[in-house]
Design a protein around this ligand. Structure first.
Ligand SMILES: [Zn+2]
Length: 335
């Protein structure tokens, strides 16, 4: 990305091994993330031309001398944050905040080749070469599915629970799927888009609410006997969506927040009296990858349905434009 609205596909130097813990993968598919749009729209500052992309699947092409867990030829899925998976933070299940974490956006995976730092702790090999139709779902596991899954876990989704989901983008829809898999009894999706409502229902939503903000939260209270949801996923990251999530939860309930916040300020006294647990941040996708790969491989879940536009990498600029103009929810880039 050269500047807001200016995406170009061009030749760069090949990714190569720098540290002995690195791998280089040949990317099979990448995608454009809602968070890439913050730069595209000029809301986050861009310091000159920068490689883009942090979601990826592909085949290991080279490994550094110290890499043990993956080998050349393995088909791998990795998290959008590289982690050692051995430090105390990783061992506790918070790999995205690993003390040695590397944000994959700094490498740029919307590319033919990508360097993956800390390969042993970051990459998970699939059981073999995947069938073509599994590619979108495996790619989803790299970020949106893992993020939605973490949000549903943080919202304490489980049997007997009512879970509300704020945000009907790829992460919110993935959180609906996750809440269903985790056994939630009732799943309420906030959405105004007919196609996204339909996919939410397919993924397991039992109710759709079109109201937003305070009116949306009031609707959740109304649907839950005045209590509010046991757990709420926040997958947007705005002032309005954050309070919508908090106010949709019952006292003692849980909010799993994974929308990257922009300009959100929470009044302490208002927060104090909600009595709600807040748990979120960049999702530790690596914690869930082995299970997510298994569920996809067994064809138990089909999270790849969140992709509604597929383009060759060469047409990445059109992909950004389509997402910016909301003509697409999530764009898959093929190589
Ligand atoms: Zn770590």
């Amino acid at each position: 990305m050269y500047a807001p609205g200016d995406v170009r596909v061009e030749e760069r130097e090949d990714a190569k091994i720098i540290e002995p813990t690195d791998a280089v993968i040949r990317v099979s598919a990448a995608c454009i993330c809602g968070s890439d749009l913050w730069l595209y729209r000029g809301i986050e500052a861009l310091n000159g031309p920068t490689p883009m992309g942090h979601e990826y699947i592909g085949v290991v092409e080279q490994v550094g001398d110290q890499v043990r867990n993956v080998k050349v030829g393995d088909f791998v899925v990795g998290s959008f944050v590289a982690s050692d998976n051995t430090c105390e933070i990783c061992q506790a299940g918070y790999q995205s905040r690993c003390i040695h974490n590397v944000m994959m956006g700094s490498e740029g995976t919307q590319a033919e080749l990508a360097r993956i730092p800390l390969a042993d702790g970051t990459l998970v090999a699939t059981p073999g070469e995947p069938d073509k139709d599994l590619i979108p779902s495996l790619l989803a596991a790299s970020d949106v599915l893992g993020t939605g899954w973490f949000a549903a876990v943080a919202a304490e989704a489980g049997p007997g629970k009512t879970i509300a989901v704020v945000g009907d983008g790829a992460v919110g829809l993935s959180a609906v799927l996750a809440a269903k898999q985790l056994g939630a009894e009732r799943i309420i999706a906030f959405s105004r888009h007919p196609e996204r409502q339909a996919l939410a229902r397919e993924f397991g939503a039992t109710d759709i609410v079109e109201e937003r903000g305070d009116a949306g939260a009031a609707k959740i209270k109304e649907l839950t006997g005045g209590y509010g949801a046991h757990g709420v996923v926040e997958a947007v990251g705005t002032q309005e969506s954050m309070w919508q999530a908090i106010n949709s939860a019952r006292a003692g309930g849980y909010v799993g927040y994974v929308g990257v916040t922009h300009g959100v300020q929470l009044d302490g006294l208002n927060l104090f009296f909600t009595g709600v647990h807040l748990h979120g941040g960049p999702a530790p996708v690596r914690r869930f990858l082995p299970e997510l790969i298994r569920l996809i491989w067994d064809r138990t879940i089909d999270p790849g349905k969140v992709f509604d536009l597929t383009l060759p990498l060469d047409e990445a600029a059109e992909g950004y434009k389509a997402m910016d103009e909301r003509r697409a929810t999530k764009v898959l880039l093929t190589l």
